[in-house]
Design a protein around this ligand. Structure first.
Ligand code: PEP
Ligand code: MG
Length: 579
């Protein structure tokens, strides 16, 4: 039994799949003259197998993702590389002339290609180098008679065990047969964890060395609620967890009965409950779980796993679909927030020593204003088809807000002069996720239409702990007095100027914090879908004054630990079924 950080609740019982990302080690063999043609045939065979696998992946992606073609395109790129004459002919030539094994010949060609790509300045072309390496690995796996490990091609349910998973890996799990995962690295608000919650698959991270205990095929249990993983469970453990899984499903089922009720306190104070999404095909599901709109659409996922930069039309199509599908409810589009842990993308955000403090989010957009304009144009055009809001990430002060709004005004003028219709009054909001923004919230509130508090980053920046680092995860405390004070002052500053204040960080979906946030009188909570029913149920069971009292009492303590103990006590007394 291993203990880690439970980042996505629920219990999964199944077979482990150990994702081993170590590259195949290639050794050199000389082969006898009469074996040469056999070696060439073996190589051609591996190419053919690789091609068939890629075509299968492509077919599956096209079926699963419907209109979302970006993921399927990357597979096309890989097929093209596989068919590249230079690559194929060169490798065969090396086998024949040097009488070496196909693996060695292929590795030689791949290295040559990599060197050529290293000379290229263009970031898009540079990125293609990793595609070539990826295809090369696939061929090598096939030469070795092994299946290439990707996370979307399973034909049975699996629980993935890996050293680490990138947000791009997790995106592949979408619509796949992965029913849970466990990793050595990671923490609660890393994007991989957030994705797990959105996909509603149980996950435990920060296990430090689970990879060394697990083999593919081992029976395994993931308890994402308590952060426990059991490898090769005993029959008693198996029974115990089966029962726990049944109870969990029952509670969720019960909660779902109330999902379409408003989140209104017994005395009529109403909170808008919105959902955070990364993919458009989540929309029907989140609406059926009771979301009253989309409070955060993370557009950067659109760039991840995508072989080319999306065009204005690509953006427009997606945002139009979002507006239409969510209509008549509101959808909030956050402008590009690449950077931090979300760096795997076509944009190839520069390697920086401190990416989290670097050129990310709105800073990146203001620097690359052509990309920003293109995104804003597409959002504005789509605003004619439903109720959209624009939200800027990582605003650190009023100047950035003004610069962004200046660009927005120019884009609006451009569209007007072209006679293109859009919502002239589209609300423009600011994410409050840097302490300096919270501290100057009174100034920002004068020039923004709404605030949305991004606690994932706000906590990271105010307590100075990397949100993805398991070694300092113990310091990541949403109920730290500093965090609560920053939230309180942000709400007060927003309300003083008459603008709504919401929260779209993970804290908004954490039942432990619900009454505090309610007591601080936030107007909107935006969260992962799975949390919606429970949060609604908590809000519906209290009077506002009870929440206010609890929030102010919490603020009177001096340490996060005292606050947490107090809140846990209160919440488990009020809601024994949830805590
Ligand atoms: C946040 O920082 O709280 C947030 C919602 O944005 P992200 O998690 O995408 O950084
Ligand atoms: Mg953020």
């Amino acid at each position: 039994m291993l203990k880690g950080v439970g980042v996505s609740p629920g219990i999964s019982i199944g077979k482990a799949f150990l994702l081993d990302r170590r590259k195949i080690k290639v050794e050199k063999f000389t082969i006898a003259a009469e074996m040469v043609e056999g070696e060439v045939a073996r190589f051609m065979d591996a190419l053919q197998k690789s091609r068939e696998q890629l075509l299968q992946v492509k077919e599956k992606l096209t079926q699963d993702l419907g209109g979302d073609q970006a993921h399927a395109h990357i597979v096309d790129v890989h097929i093209l590389i596989l068919e590249d004459e230079m690559l194929v002919n060169e490798a065969i030539k090396i086998v024949r002339e040097e009488r070496v094994n196909a693996e060695w010949a292929l590795r030689k060609v791949l290295t040559r290609f990599a060197n050529i790509f290293d000379q290229i300045e263009d970031p898009y072309m540079k990125e293609r180098k990793s595609d070539i390496e990826h295809v090369g690995q696939r061929i090598l796996h096939n030469l070795a008679g092994e299946k290439m490990r990707s996370l979307d091609g399973f034909d049975e349910d699996v629980i993935v065990v890996a050293h680490d998973l990138s947000p791009a890996d997790t995106a592949q799990m979408h619509q796949s047969r992965v029913i849970g995962f466990a990793t050595d690295l990671g923490a609660r608000t890393s994007h991989t964890a957030i994705m797990a919650r959105s996909l509603e698959i149980p996950a435990v991270v920060g296990l430090e060395n689970i990879c060394t205990f697990v083999k593919t095929g081992d029976p395994i249990i993931i308890d994402g609620t308590d952060g426990v993983v059991i490898v090769k469970p005993t029959p008693e453990e198996f029974r115990e967890y089966l029962e726990k899984q049944r109870r969990y499903k029952y509670v969720i089922q019960e909660l779902l009965k109330y999902s379409d009720q408003p989140a209104e306190t017994l005395d009529g104070y109403k909170i808008d409950i919105m959902a955070n999404i990364e993919f458009l095909d989540e929309i029907p599901h989140v609406l059926s779980r009771g979301a009253e709109g989309i409070g955060l659409y993370r557009t950067e996922f659109f760039y991840m796993n995508s072989p080319k930069l999306p065009t204005e039309e690509d953006h427009f199509r997606v945002y139009k679909r979002l507006a239409e599908q969510v209509s008549p409810r509101q959808a909030t589009i956050r402008t590009l927030d690449l950077g931090g842990d979300k760096i795997e993308s076509t944009l190839h955000v520069a390697d920086e020593p401190n990416p989290v403090l670097g050129l990310r989010a709105i800073r990146f957009s203001l620097k690359h204003s052509d990309l920003f304009r293109l995104q804003l144009r597409a959002i504005l055009r789509a605003s004619a088809y439903g109720k959209l809001r624009i939200m800027y990430p990582m605003i650190s002060g009023i100047e950035e807000l003004r610069q962004a709004n200046l660009i927005l005004a120019e884009v609006k003028d451009e569209l007007s002069s072209q006679g293109i219709y859009f919502d002239e009054d589209i609300p423009v909001g600011v994410m409050i996720e840097i302490p300096s923004a919270s501290i100057t919230a009174d100034l920002l509130a004068k020039e923004a239409d709404f605030f949305s508090i991004g606690t994932n980053d706000l906590i990271q920046y105010s307590i100075a702990i990397d949100r993805g680092n398991e070694h300092v995860a113990y310091l990541y405390e949403p109920l730290h007095p500093a965090v609560l004070r920053l939230i309180k002052r942000t709400v007060e500053a927003g309300h003083a100027e008459g603008i709504p204040v919401g929260m779209c960080g993970e804290m908004a979906g954490d039942p432990l914090s619900t009454l505090i946030l309610l007591g601080l009188e936030l107007d909107e909570f935006s969260m992962n879908t799975a949390s919606i029913p429970i949060i609604k149920q908590i809000i519906r069971s209290v009077r506002l004054e009870q929440a206010t009292e609890l929030a102010y009492k919490a603020l009177s303590f001096s340490t996060a630990k005292e606050i947490e103990e107090f809140v846990r006590r209160e919440m488990s007394a009020k809601f024994p079924e949830f805590f």
